[in-house]
Design a protein around this ligand. Structure first.
Ligand code: CO
Length: 214
């Protein structure tokens, strides 16, 4: 059986297993969703949100793009963010980067990447903001890993800059919370960068204050 046909065979087996474990599984899921998480991750095939989080369908709302970016003018990610925060009222917004990210590595190389230039510029902007710290790291692999982490932190700040996140934070007793994670392809382990969420919210609001009653 080729890989294409195999997918449908896999699907039938999966449906049979789910129905055997929980006969109402699909009917319940079809009625509604109440995920607690929005996961913004890289499109990389090796970083599947539900598998690495060990959760089932219905538990995490997902947006993925190259290098897990939250770009202010990107209608796609902002539509996902609005739906997750305004309608689903998720409690946790996660930006999840990963070591060995091709998007991050490409941004560190001085090359014309064609249509990707505009997208990767967001990562180059992160490099520019933290150039001193990054250039001080001699080991190339360590420098790349640090940029993966700094990129996650900056994308978390981009989430916090948005009106929808600030509005809910002020009205919903400091929810949703924003978290930065890094996934390690070599070990399969997730690391919580433990960004100082509330402090960052206060700092961001000194410059980008979008009040709930505006
Ligand atoms: Co990646």
């Amino acid at each position: 059986m080729d890989i294409y046909e195999q997918v449908f065979e896999n699907n039938r087996k999966w449906v049979a297993e789910k129905n055997a474990d929980d006969p109402g599984f699909f009917e319940k899921l079809a009625r509604e969703q109440h995920p607690k998480f929005l996961f913004i991750g890289c499109s990389d095939s090796r970083v599947p949100a539900t598998s690495i989080m060990g959760v089932e369908p219905g538990e995490v709302f997902v947006h993925r793009n190259v290098a897990n970016l939250v770009v202010n003018t990107d209608v796609n990610s902002h539509a996902v963010l609005h739906y997750a925060v305004d309608y689903l009222e998720v409690d946790h917004l996660v930006v999840c980067g990963h070591y060995g990210c091709g998007g991050i590595n490409a941004a560190l190389e001085p090359k014309d990447r064609g249509i990707l230039n505009g997208w990767l510029r967001e990562v180059r902007d992160v490099y520019r903001l933290h150039k001193e710290e990054l250039d001080a790291i001699e080991d190339e692999e360590a420098r790349r890993r640090k940029l993966v982490e700094l990129n996650v932190e900056e994308q978390c700040i981009n989430l916090i800059k948005t009106a929808v996140v600030q509005r809910h934070y002020l009205k919903r007793n400091k929810l949703p919370r924003v978290h930065g994670w890094v996934y390690d392809l070599k070990t399969g382990l997730l690391k919580d960068l433990k960004i100082p969420f509330e402090e960052t919210m206060e700092k961001v609001r000194e410059v980008y204050p979008l009040n709930p009653d505006d």
